[in-house]
Design a protein around this ligand. Structure first.
Ligand code: ASP
Length: 444
């Protein structure tokens, strides 16, 4: 028998109907023994997440403003779920406790955590599963950093003789006993920790999309779902803004060699995306295309520096980077020529110190020419198979040339896992579409 840890996001538990789907998914596989729920999310696009409602109550409580009406909406959401599911339970005592706690000590993390806590109670009751308060087992130090080893030990000890359990996501407590949350979307992290602790065979992360898409659906119409992606590829794409999963959810499972399966609660028949370690044994199906995904991000600037004989000047690069460092600007990419150097930075980091950076570089290395070009977008073409496939870069350039898109920068990492190209921001959508056509549509 294998063990599956299943995490359900807020939209998967937004109302009674979603709860029914979740229960059906869990009950259809007896290996789905440990369940990590989020708080009820949005039922429709301009609905409000319970977590946000709780933050609002806390803010009002902190300002001594009456929040009973706001809190009533929260009571209603849970009570609707409970009554529509026909569960015999009341959360009235819990609600009253939260209200009085917020009046006495309006702490943000405590307030937000109650969304998951209450949802966990309801789900455990509905499933007939054990309930474990995450504050018992998810442990942070006094500075608010997760203590992974202690947490894993605590979870392991607590579930030792349990057949099943619901453990709410998003929060835990500090060693001093104060409730603490992860950053937003943090139930993913709880799921990952629990998967590590119970030595799960798989961590299923159930959400409202059928996995990671090869490209942004706002740019490419109806893009393919990525069936298998490695952790490293995921990181490359996530850096460019493709996100489905909380960043901190990777480490606890990756370090334990546990794959993550992103699944869709509303389409449980879809296989979703498997996120696996780099040495995973890939099947033929997953080797369908040369590339795994494409993602792009706007908001970069390049600092272009020219100086004759730059290549023979010792410490040139170091001095330039030191100027950036001293001004708190981190660099993203740095392709260079014999007498040129071009540094790509995040425009929002550069903006406040722009003049200081230019004068600093002038002073340090006395360039022949220095200029900053703004409105640059970076685009990453990511794929573990590129390494063994000749002509990938040529194909990227061909698709750019056909579309008359000027490539301003290119950077192929030494891992050959990705190719990063810089284009004008206004060319980004077309560049993504062209690459998608070249590598996905034409390889079908
Ligand atoms: N409910 C929390 C949030 O809205 C955590 C989560 O859903 O993962 O951010």
């Amino acid at each position: 028998m294998s063990i599956k840890v299943v995490k359900f996001g807020g939209s998967s538990l937004a109302d009674a109907n979603q709860f029914r789907k979740v229960a059906a998914i869990i009950k259809s596989d007896e290996n789905r023994r440990f369940v990590v729920p989020s708080a009820p999310g949005k039922r429709f696009s301009d609905d409000i997440k319970v977590t946000d409602m709780l933050y609002k109550c806390c803010e009002k409580a902190g300002g001594g403003i009456d929040f009973s009406e706001d809190f009533q909406l929260i009571r209603d959401r849970y009570n609707d779920i409970i009554s529509q599911l026909g569960i015999d339970m009341s959360l009235d005592d819990e609600f009253d406790k939260i209200v009085s706690e917020l009046k006495a000590r309006p702490a943000k993390d405590y307030a937000a955590s109650r969304g998951e806590y209450l949802n966990g109670k309801v789900l455990a009751e509905y499933l007939g599963f054990n309930f474990i308060d995450a504050a018992e087992v998810i442990i942070f130090d006094t500075k608010g950093s997760l203590m992974l080893d202690d947490t894993v030990k605590a979870v392991r000890a607590r579930v030792r003789n349990l057949e099943n359990a619901v453990i709410p996501g998003f929060y835990g407590r500090t060693t001093e006993g104060i409730v603490k949350t992860f950053s937003r979307g943090g139930s993913d992290v709880t799921g990952s920790i629990v998967a590590n602790a119970v030595r799960a065979d798989i961590y299923e992360n159930w959400t409202d999309v059928s996995g990671f898409l090869v490209a942004d659906p706002r740019i490419v119409e109806n893009p393919d779902v990525i069936s298998v992606i490695t952790y490293r590829e995921l990181r490359e794409l996530a850096y460019m803004g493709a996100s489905v999963l909380h960043e901190d959810a990777i480490f606890p499972v990756r370090s334990a060699g546990i794959p993550i399966n992103i699944r869709n609660t509303n389409r449980p028949e879809d296989d979703g995306t498997m996120i696996v370690s780099d040495d995973y044994n890939f099947s033929r199906e997953s080797m369908k295309h040369t590339i795994t995904g494409i993602a792009g991000r706007k908001g970069f600037s390049t600092i272009n520096i020219e100086k004759a004989m730059m290549n023979s000047e010792k410490g040139f690069g170091m001095k330039v980077l030191r100027v950036l460092y001293d001004n708190g600007v981190s660099f993203e990419h740095m392709p260079s020529g014999i007498d040129t150097m071009s540094i790509t930075v995040d425009s929002s980091e550069l903006e406040p110190v722009r003049e200081k950076v230019i004068s600093g570089i002038r002073r340090e290395v006395n360039p022949d020419h220095i200029e900053i070009e703004d409105n640059i977008a970076l685009l990453a073409v990511v794929g573990r198979r590129m390494k063994n496939t000749r002509g990938t870069v040529a194909r990227i350039f061909a698709s750019m040339a056909h579309a008359r898109i000027n490539v301003k920068m290119i950077d192929q990492g030494s891992s050959e896992l990705n190719v990063i190209i810089g284009v004008s921001e206004h060319d980004l959508p077309e560049a993504i579409r062209r690459i998608y056509d070249m590598f996905i549509n034409s390889e079908k």
